[in-house]
Design a protein around this ligand. Structure first.
Ligand code: ATP
Ligand code: MG
Length: 465
């Protein structure tokens, strides 16, 4: 203890001496330079680097549209990726019609991707699906240039992403897109809120602002209350919610997700799928979602691209792929899955042309039923929760007796199913009633109906096999 205090003094003295010498030294240098130190450094400072904003980078680009005028968020044209040195020979052989396997036998290269073209629309969940090694990750990573494509073009919101220099690429990527990884990629020494704020920190957003945005994103993924927790205290599902919140915090247009839910337990995985669908429909993000799981692809994808050997063999909606497989490979892929499990109500439901709000009253209800030529109609409340259905006879009686309240004639005991209910069960219910079967989520929110005509197509030729 006492030796500690006695040692301190001489160090302090040396410190002061050192400081004095340094100051004297600087004064001498100063004297040597004509003019002040400030002038000297100003004169010798390299010219400031021009850093462009994402707005400037994307400014000149015009978003392409399809025939119906829908915006194309990502346009991929003739994209190829050959791994290994001197990819030219491999590309030439592929152009000459050789298969991936043949090319890999004849050259030292690996074929990651060859001649891939497709469009991803703004606000859709676009699934890349295929067996291991088919090129899903390569394709996704070529789209955001975490992997540099060998040839071809990627347009992001109309901008030629493949032509961007390194600096612009970094800025554009940071502002426009986020990634969610299978292994979460959380920083172990940061708590949840600071993990979520990470991307904003990279963008130079001030602390108070980024914590505010972080909190919003945490709430969005249902993790409120865990802001101060450390990643090691969280379960796998919660970690992935943090991963998702972090990706959303910067408010990107595009989310790239590579097998993001594949490591989770089945039930938690299903929860996360529902969560992503909910968030996506709320925020309208464009999502490129990689999975090797057909079940997941059919549930998540607005459209699905099936990959094989570095190529896309079919792009389409779930039903198109299930019912009209483009080739034998897709057919086999689809046939291997349990159809009765895969074919769910959610896949086949449609929005009905008309539903009634309970606030509309009997007179309006009758008019709407008349004009759409129906004797029955589903009734929902303002929160879109399904209340039941009404029949025209009951509604007519209510009108005649001057009753203004539609809820009195609503039949509440009607069969409803969830989006995950297998079609097999839906059809069993359908034979007991003449009406389309309503589909509701876990909160009773009305999603759509499965009509008898659609159900009849479900099982395809040969019935339910
Ligand atoms: N860094 C690399 N170097 C060499 N070859 C690679 C590299 N990364 C991928 N490949 C090859 O490219 C092809 C496509 O691989 P990719 O990882 O894109 O497939 P994937 O569909 O994502 O597979 P998985 O489901 O296993 O993740 C494979 O043949 C793979 O061996
Ligand atoms: Mg992969």
């Amino acid at each position: 203890m006492s030796s500690g205090t006695t040692r301190k003094r001489p160090i302090k003295a040396v410190d002061n001496m050192f400081h004095d010498r340094m100051t004297v030294g600087i004064e001498k240098i100063r004297a040597r330079i004509k003019g002040s130190v400030k002038d000297f450094t100003e004169e010798h400072r390299p010219p400031p680097k021009k850093v462009r904003t994402a707005k400037e980078i994307f400014g000149g680009a015009e978003t392409p549209t399809d025939k119906e005028g829908n915006q194309i968020m990502i346009r991929v044209r003739n994209l190829s990726k050959i791994y290994g040195k001197h990819p030219g020979e491999a590309l030439r052989l592929l152009e000459g019609g050789l298969s991936k396997e043949e090319v890999q036998e004849r050259t030292p290269n690996n074929v990651g991707l060859y001649d891939v073209s497709f469009d991803v629309m703004r606000g859709e969940i676009f699934v890349l699906m295929g067996l291991s090694g088919s090129g899903k990750s390569t394709l996704e990573r070529c789209m955001n240039r975490l992997v540099e494509p060998t040839s071809g073009q990627v347009l992001i919101d109309g901008l030629d992403f493949t032509a961007l220099g390194e600096e612009d690429l970094r800025i554009a990527r940071r502002e426009k897109m986020s990634m969610v990884f299978q292994n979460f990629g959380l920083l172990p020494h940061r708590d949840v809120k600071n993990n979520v704020a990470y991307g904003l920190e990279m963008q130079g957003v001030p602390e108070s602002k980024r914590l505010e945005k972080s909190r919003e994103a945490i709430e969005l993924v249902g993790l409120s209350g865990y802001e101060d927790s450390m990643p090691s205290d969280l379960s796998g599902g919660m970690k992935q919610r943090v991963g998702l919140a972090r990706a959303l915090a910067t408010d990107p247009d595009i989310l790239f997700m590579d097998e993001a839910f594949s490591a989770l337990d089945p039930l938690i995985r299903s929860d996360m799928q529902d969560e992503l669908i909910r968030i996506q429909s709320k925020l309208g993000k464009t999502v490129v979602f990689v999975t090797h799981d057909l079940d997941e692809a059919l549930k998540m994808g607005d459209r699905i691209a099936l990959m094989k050997d570095g190529r896309i063999v079919q792009v389409g909606r779930a039903e198109e792929i299930l019912q009209d497989p483009a080739d034998e490979y897709v057919d086999r892929f689809v046939r291997e899955v349990d159809r009765t499990k895969i074919l769910t109500a959610g896949l086949f439901m449609r929005k009905p042309r008309r539903v009634l709000y309970v606030t509309q009253g009997p007179r309006t209800a009758l008019k709407l039923m008349d004009s759409s030529d129906r004797n029955d109609m589903l009734v929902i409340n303002r929160d879109n929760r399904l209340l039941g259905m009404v029949e025209s006879d009951d509604v007519l009686r209510a009108v005649q007796s001057g009753d203004k309240d539609l809820s009195k004639v609503v039949i509440k005991e009607i069969p409803a199913v969830g989006p995950d209910t297998p079609m097999k069960e839906v059809i069993q219910i359908m034979v007991t009633t003449d009406f389309p079967i309503p589909v509701v989520d876990g909160d009773g929110v009305f999603l759509g109906v499965v009509s008898p005509s659609v159900a009849a197509d479900t099982m395809g030729p040969g019935g339910e096999e």
